[in-house]
Design a protein around this ligand. Sequence first.
Ligand code: ADP
Length: 142
Amino acid sequence: MFRSILVPIDLDQESSWQRALPVADRMAHDHGARLHALTVLPGFGMSLVGSYFPADFERRAHDTYAARLESLVQQHCREPGGVTTHVRHGTIYAEILAAARELDCDLIVMASHRPALADYLLGPNAARVVRHADRSVFVVRG
Ligand code: ADP
């Protein structure tokens, strides 16, 4: 039914993948779908803040997070070879939506929020993705 699944992961927040990644992995397996794992780094680019970082900071951060994401997939997915990893820079929810469009994913699987925000039913990025996505979103609750 689903051909291509996107699972957005905050590598600094274990709760973003602990339940959602196995669910996405299982759904990809059951549907014979391609699995894409994505992490988004803040875009420092042209900002004032960015000008205080060394010139190659963004590239080094990119490489570090790419390696961490790859290692997470290797450890937690049943067929890691069939999973494509992506690192993007910018506004988190906007990059998740753009990646889903560009990769032609027909399902986004994501955790609802971190445990510390127990009063909220949806975190800020999950809420925006659900509101703006023109495709299915499966919200995995902790
Ligand atoms: P919270 O602020 O409680 O972490 P969010 O809405 O930011 O709530 O997080 C919900 C989900 O959004 C995460 O489980 C993950 O799927 C996605 N997300 C959050 N941050 C990132 C990130 N940096 N890269 C990719 N996905 C992210």
